[in-house]
Design a protein around this ligand. Structure first.
Ligand SMILES: Nc1ncnc2c1ncn2[C@@H]1O[C@H](COP(=O)(O)OP(=O)(O)OP(=O)(O)O)[C@@H](O)[C@H]1O
Ligand SMILES: [Mg+2]
Length: 504
């Protein structure tokens, strides 16, 4: 390792970074730098190379091209351990904390204090509690990690990075599953870290968040750097046009600011889906609503309001304590996904980790749900690929190659595969939970266009989301959830984002 001395200006300086997968370049000659106390945003379309660049910094790809300097000295990031030793910590898009362990154990993972060769639980708990209190994260460190809401789990992972001495913290899409108050809380934590000299790399598709919290913003496109600018000099439209590489008028037909959206008059047709008195202890309580064919009902609420859990129950992915879900006046057994799927009720869930088989090909992921119905037709892999190929193109999956492993796709493209799966079979009811999470602005449009197509062909759509813009743009009626109950229904009237937030 050679020690090259340069101006001591940068905490981190990446020069001409490159990385290819099987001969295909994911990154080419990317320069990226970071100053102490800086929050540096990294944006770009799905597959632009953001996560790959960060994984290089986290020591996951030792075979990259180019060099990385820390405090002006070249370092070799050839393993996660070395990255950690260089003061780099990463909180992954899919959180890596261990749910079944306590908060304290997660904080000390792999570095537990010992006494006489055994884990010193007392010291560990005390130190964990003190460390988190210092960061103003007040939790009982003895409780299991999976008992806490996502924002807390995320903060504990950030704390873990800092506790191991990190000066560079990488957050890959940290706000995509947070409610507005939780996002505020995370931002407060980031500002606190800034004051302590920690530098943060912030990856997100929520450009408002990026422009608010970041000092500088770097745009990647197709593995190359487009620009690095001060956030204060940028607008959302400018960032989008750099991401897409062309001037744009209105990208994403999502309502901006606080314009009112006019909901259509309620449909007079008979309900396809009927949810009656649905209850699951501690999650949702006595919820009833109908959805007509060709109608999209939006379920809006903050994380934990119960609408997301309810969506799972409607699709048969979770059992209920009381109430019923029926399709065409015939009840569905509770908690029985296969019956639901057979009758045409399908779900796109937010948690990709659960719905995507990362080690299987894209093709197999797409056809998996239909294997029983289509058995015999799928004798030849080539045939499977021939069916899947056009679907991937339809959902805009990049690369659209059925034979690739699904787990190697970028985050947003994984979500498109999950959606493609359902385009293969007949759909009566489409249940969507955060269908566009992790997608770039263009991809969001493409996917929701597909949903609109299904709706037009008569599918009843249930759209559960914590993104007010998404619900406002696509729902015909909106039910706002609060503490497991419908707090308000908007139908056939003008609605604004502020109205939704008020009822949530
Ligand atoms: N392990 C891998 N094997 C093969 N190809 C990969 C692998 N990891 C990433 N790629 C490819 O490299 C490119 C960049 O992917 P990356 O995950 O960095 O995108 P991203 O900018 O993080 O996108 P997103 O916003 O969807 O998360 C994509 O074309 C992706 O398919
Ligand atoms: Mg990514």
């Amino acid at each position: 390792m050679s020690a090259v001395v340069v101006e001591q200006k940068f905490l981190l300086d990446c020069r001409a970074i490159g990385k290819s997968f099987g001969g295909v370049a994911a990154l080419e000659k990317v320069d990226f730098d970071l100053q102490p106390s800086e929050v540096h945003g990294l944006v770009g379309c799905n597959g632009a190379g953001k996560s790959t660049l960060m994984k290089i910094l986290a020591g996951a790809y030792p075979d990259h091209d180019g060099s990385v300097l820390i405090d002006g000295r070249e370092v070799s990031l050839s393993s996660p351990r070395e990255a950690q030793a260089c003061g780099i910590a990463m909180v992954y898009q899919e959180l890596s904390g261990i749910g079944a362990l306590s908060v304290a154990e997660n904080l000390f993972l792999g570095r537990q204090p010992t006494r006489a060769g055994r884990i010193d639980w007392g010291t560990m708990r005390r130190q964990a509690q003190d460390f988190l209190s210092e960061m103003q994260i007040e939790v009982d460190v003895r409780r299991r990690m999976d008992r806490f809401p996502l924002v807390i789990r995320q903060m504990v992972e950030i704390a873990r990075g800092l506790h191991s001495g990190a000066r560079v913290l990488i957050l890959d899409e940290p706000t995509s599953a947070l409610s507005p108050p939780e996002t505020r809380r995370l931002f407060e934590l980031i500002r606190q870290l800034k004051r302590n000299g920690v530098a943060v790399i912030f990856i997100s598709h929520f450009l408002e968040d990026v422009l608010e919290i970041c000092d500088r913003v770097t745009v990647l496109k197709d593995g190359r750097k487009v620009s690095t600018s001060f956030a204060a000099d940028l607008t959302k439209a400018e960032v989008i046009s750099r991401m897409l590489g062309r001037a744009v008028g209105q990208v994403g037909n999502l309502p901006h600011g606080d314009e009112a959206v006019k909901l259509p008059p309620p449909l007079a047709s008979l309900a396809a889906l009927r949810v009656a008195g649905l209850t699951r202890e501690g999650e949702f309580n006595d919820v009833s609503f109908d959805v007509a064919p060709g109608e999209c009902v939006g379920l809006y609420g903050f994380v934990g309001a119960g609408h997301q859990e309810l969506a799972h129950a409607v699709a048969g992915a979770a059992s209920v304590d009381a109430g019923s879900v029926s399709l065409d006046q015939s009840a569905l057994p509770s908690g029985d996904v296969s019956t639901a799927v057979r009758r045409g009720i399908v779900m796109v869930a937010a948690d990709r980790a659960k719905t995507l088989v990362r080690r299987s090909s894209i093709a197999r992921n797409t056809t998996l749900a239909h294997l029983r119905r289509l058995m015999g037709e799928w004798l030849y892999r080539r045939r499977e690929h021939a069916v899947v190929q056009p679907l991937l193109e339809q959902v805009g999956c990049r690369p659209a190659r059925p034979e690739l492993l699904a787990g190697n796709l970028s985050g947003g493209n994984q979500q498109k595969v999950v959606l493609a799966k359902w385009l293969l079979g007949p759909v009566r009811v489409l249940v969507l939970e955060e269908p566009t999470r992790g997608m770039d602005v263009g991809a969001k449009d493409e996917v929701m266009r597909l949903v609109a197509g299904l709706k037009k062909s008569g599918a009843a759509v249930v759209l559960a989301s914590t993104e007010p813009e998404l619900v406002l743009a696509h729902a015909d009626r909106i039910l706002v959830f609060q503490r497991g109950r419908i707090a308000h229904e908007f139908s056939g009237e003008d609605v604004r984002k502020a109205d939704l937030l008020r009822w949530a």
